[in-house]
Write a protein that binds this ligand. Structure first.
Ligand SMILES: *Cc1c(COP(=O)(O)O)cnc(C)c1O
Length: 306
């Protein structure tokens, strides 16, 4: 494998409430698996990078919005693995570039903006043909990075790492459903898996996940997707959520992003309070990253001395 991976710690959240209810909450800090290609984006990219090398491609091309974690991670991975990269960005260019896009550019990613209208057609053959005649050969990774190889990377992580952790339930945030599909496959029916949708109207996600489970895993039923903690929709936030994020940092030095992980952890707290988890349950929540380098590495070193 051509991109670096760091072993990550498990952080237990000690809260008097959990103690009273006899519940343990562990956080698998995959946000720390790489300083730039963090969290689930690392596992999703792993086999795509291998495949791109295998087919002798020199350029990775992918899609995303101006704040996309996937754009950020792909730019970093391409740089580290020695590929050129192209980001097809939804909407018009806004200058100065925001932190995500200026990072991508620093990593050598060529940014190409398309209107929201055109962006909707990005999976169509004619759109892709146009990209090919414009940019030449490339290895294409879909928006959000979800494809069969991404699921395979998540499955491997699940099999090698999660299976070995003593817990009853694995929780993770859900965007496209690719990550949770891999996690479910890797666990092979062990433990319970709960995904927390970061999208409003995420009822379609169940079908998406089932689709990815079709190959050898359609019999697995130990999972569900909770739709109650989207806070108004994808990348929407409320004051309550922001307060929650600040409190987690202050009380536990747990850094959370506003789009995915904070909504999941908020949901877990709420479900614990509502009595959804029985006494004696150990919950493992996956920190899927999304901090885009915002985390202070000094405080990490202090908290998790190696
Ligand atoms: C992309 C992303 C997700 C969603 O992963 P899917 O495979 O699309 O469901 C979750 N958390 C973070 C931090 C992400 O960047």
């Amino acid at each position: 494998m051509s991109i670096n991976y760091l072993k990550t710690p498990i952080q237990e959240i000690n809260d008097p409430l959990f103690e009273e209810l006899g519940i343990r909450l562990l956080i698998k800090r995959e946000d720390l698996n790489h300083p730039e290609i963090s969290g689930n984006k690392w596992w999703k990219l792993k086999y795509n990078i291998e495949e791109a090398l295998h087919v002798n491609s020199h350029t990775l091309l992918t899609f995303g919005g101006a704040y996309s974690n996937h754009i950020f991670a792909t730019a970093a991975a391409a740089h580290e693995a020695g590929f050129k990269s192209i980001g097809i960005i939804r909407g018009e260019e806004t200058l100065p570039l925001n932190a995500t896009l200026s990072f991508a550019k620093r990593k050598g990613m060529r940014l190409h903006y398309v209107s929201r209208e055109d962006y909707r057609h990005k999976s169509e053959e004619i759109f892709i043909e146009n990209l090919k005649s414009h940019f030449g050969e490339f290895y294409m990774i879909p928006e959000g990075g979800t494809n069969e190889l991404a699921v395979k990377g998540c499955e491997e992580f699940s099999k090698k790492v999660l299976c070995e952790i003593d817990c009853d339930c694995v929780c993770l945030p859900v965007g496209t459903g690719g990550t949770i599909a891999g996690i479910i496959k890797g666990l092979k029916g062990k433990k319970e898996v709960i995904g927390f949708s970061a999208l409003k109207g995420g009822t379609f996600l169940e079908e998406e996940v089932k689709n990815f489970l079709k190959s050898h895993a359609s019999h697995l039923k130990n999972w569900k997707i909770n739709l109650d903690y989207h806070f108004g929709g994808y990348s929407k936030r409320t004051q309550e959520l922001e307060n929650f994020i600040s409190r987690q940092w202050k009380d536990h030095e747990l850094p959370l992003d506003e789009v995915y992980t904070s909504k999941m952890i908020f949901g877990i707290y709420d479900l614990i309070v509502k009595g959804d988890f029985s006494r004696g349950t150990t919950i493992l929540a996956l920190h899927t990253g999304g901090l885009q380098g915002r985390i202070n590495s000094k405080s990490v070193a202090k908290k998790f001395p190696s």
